[in-house]
Ligand binder design. Structure first.
Ligand SMILES: O=P(O)(O)O[C@H]1O[C@H](CO)[C@@H](O)[C@H]1O
Ligand SMILES: O=c1cc[nH]c(=O)[nH]1
Length: 243
């Protein structure tokens, strides 16, 4: 395998080319699934900490896919390195999320326009409340791809949470729902901040795996099938920004 450069990164041991556009799920095995299912001429560019990363060709253009782990510290670390040390220009998170809004259902797609968060990660920039927002061009492109596909999707605010388990979750989730948040997950604010400070593009596309009020949850088989729409919208969006 070609060694592209001595890695200067703490957590990415680059062993092959990384494309300008990278899809990122939390789960590295979801990254492998995207590579195995949709990419051709695939090479694995990272296996440090088993945070698998692959580069391949999709409809004639180079696209990479790599896991980012769980939580804002993890996604912040990987996306910071990809943006600042590996020439990445656009990152699209493809994640699972719990629905908050009553008109969102399991298997639906949520495209995250902006994030509310309880994370302190944004405080490091020293400018007060720093709005974590999606890149408009990526967002508009993803909306067009989702419409063309005919799947159920919504665009709006989400909550990027520092906790998955919380004794006050019931009370907090009700407020989040009442203030118009569509879904809850754990990374997008960190991704949007890293993109903003590094003047890059970022977007999150989510597939709803469970509903926090309707008490619905997909089985792992249903999750596997319903994630297909999210992956295809993300790939077709990425293609428009890839080389
Ligand atoms: O499915 P992923 O992309 O990991 O996203 C969601 O799933 C994890 C929690 O189970 C958190 O990372 C959350 O953001
Ligand atoms: O972070 C997450 C992901 C899926 N479902 C949730 O309830 N929370």
């Amino acid at each position: 395998m070609t060694v592209y450069k001595e890695s200067i990164s703490a957590c990415i041991g680059q062993k092959a080319e990384i494309a300008k556009v990278v899809l990122m799920p939390g789960d590295p095995l979801r990254a492998k699934k995207v590579a195995d299912t949709y990419l051709s001429d695939v090479v694995c560019f990272n296996d440090v900490r088993n945070m698998l990363g692959y580069t391949g060709t999709y409809k004639g253009k180079k696209i990479s896919v790599m896991g980012h782990g769980m939580g804002i510290p993890s996604v912040g670390l990987y996306t910071h390195e990809l943006f600042t040390q590996f020439g990445v220009e656009s990152i699209i998170r493809i994640g699972s999320a719990g629905a908050l809004a009553m008109d969102v259902n399991t298997s639906d797609i949520v495209i995250a326009e902006a994030c509310t968060t309880n994370s302190n990660y944004g405080n490091q920039y020293g400018i007060g409340q720093f709005a974590p927002c999606a890149d408009f061009d990526l967002l508009e492109t993803a909306v067009n791809k989702a419409r063309a596909k005919g799947c159920n999707f919504k665009v709006g605010k989400i909550f990027s949470s520092d906790f998955f388990y919380n004794p006050k979750a019931g009370e907090i989730n009700e407020k989040l729902r009442d203030y118009g948040h569509l879904a809850i997950e754990m990374e997008s604010a960190g991704l949007y901040w890293e993109a903003a400070v590094n003047r890059k593009r970022a977007l999150t596309i989510l597939s709803i795996s469970d509903h926090l009020f309707k008490k619905q949850a997909l089985t792992s088989e249903q999750i596997r099938d319903s994630f297909t729409d999210m992956m295809e919208i993300a790939l077709d969006t990425a293609w428009e920004f890839a080389e």
